[in-house]
Design a protein around this ligand. Structure first.
Ligand code: CP
Ligand code: NVA
Length: 303
């Protein structure tokens, strides 16, 4: 049966570890210039209802490097944007293509697409989740810290799609994970309840509590795509959630700072902190490519 990646908890721990291992292999292969084209003749549709730099380019390059082809579909320029039902789009695309990636406003759309498509569906970001980002982030932590199992990871900021996917990862892998958000911007309640079953999970509205002895500090924008109207009130609510030198002092000396990008310097992170950790942050962006190649290989070569 086909598999989908609509959220991080669609995979189990063994698959997650396999994908991270393959991401490493594929990164090494690419560096050494070795060609590997197991997806020759296969095609991936990439539906975008929202803007993207990293997701679009890393999927397009990823499928190309694996020997396949990507087709970019902007929802505005297809019948999707004019209201053709998702379940019809799913069945039409399944007749032409081998997999579908979608970036959309609603998680329900991703799940409806997955339900009706005969081919694997990948969530390239929805209002609720950003699971592909998680694969790249875990891989990056492995690279810089040698693993993530005994490392303390602190997410500071909005309880948004990226925070929810961190919660999923913490549930799947039993991570030492702390989360700090303002009370009115908490993450998904169901996930929070599940995460709380893990004794190493800690949720607070105080960023300095969350970063205490952290090995990794992670942040994301305060205003996600689609929330532009809330910009003013959000900026006010998140003032004390900025990643700056003062906040870093509470963490371990060798703490690493991560950001999924795009970043708004002076808001969720200072320019100084961003530049100090820019090598890690851009490796994180690069690792989207390797992690997603591993995902495409796993989903598209399954029997
Ligand atoms: N991190 C991320 O998904 O970036 P894009 O919005 O540029 O795809
Ligand atoms: N939370 C952000 C992530 C962007 C990659 C957004 O949804 O806009």
């Amino acid at each position: 049966m086909k598999k989908d990646f609509t959220k991080f908890l669609d995979i189990n721990k063994a698959v997650c570890m396999h994908l991270l291992e393959r991401a490493k292999d594929l990164k090494e292969m690419r560096k050494s210039g070795k060609e590997y084209k197991p997806l020759a003749g296969k095609t991936l549709a990439m539906i975008f209802e929202k803007a993207s730099t990293r997701t679009r380019i890393s999927f397009e390059m990823g499928i190309h490097e694996l020997g396949g082809q990507g087709i970019f579909l902007s929802s505005n320029e297809t019948q999707i944007g004019r209201g053709e039902p998702v379940k019809d789009t799913a069945r039409v695309l399944s007749r032409y293509l081998d997999a579908i990636m979608i970036r959309t406003y609603s998680q329900e759309t991703v799940e409806e697409l997955a339900k009706w498509a005969d081919v694997p569906v990948i969530n390239g970001l929805s209002d609720l989740y950003h699971p592909c980002q998680m694969l790249a982030d875990l891989f990056t932590i492995q690279e810089y810290k040698g693993g993530f199992q005994d490392r303390k990871i602190a997410f500071i900021g909005d309880g948004n799609n990226v925070a929810n996917s961190w919660l999923e990862a913490s549930i799947l892998l039993g991570l030492n994970f702390s989360l700090a958000t303002p009370e009115q911007y908490e993450p998904d309640r169901g996930l929070l309840a599940k995460a709380r079953k893990n004794k190493q999970f800690f949720y607070t509205d105080d960023p300095s509590e969350a970063v205490k002895d952290a090995d990794v500090i992670y942040t994301d924008v305060w205003v996600s795509m689609g929330q532009e109207k809330e910009k003013r009130e959000r900026k006010k609510a998140f003032v004390k959630y900025k990643i700056d030198d003062k906040l870093l002092k509470g963490a371990k000396k060798d703490v690493m700072v991560m950001h999924c990008l795009p970043a708004y310097r002076g808001e969720e992170i200072t320019d100084n902190v961003f530049e100090k950790f820019s090598d890690i942050i851009f490796s994180q962006a690069e690792n989207r490519l390797h992690a997603q190649k591993a995902l495409l290989e796993w989903l598209m070569l399954r029997k």
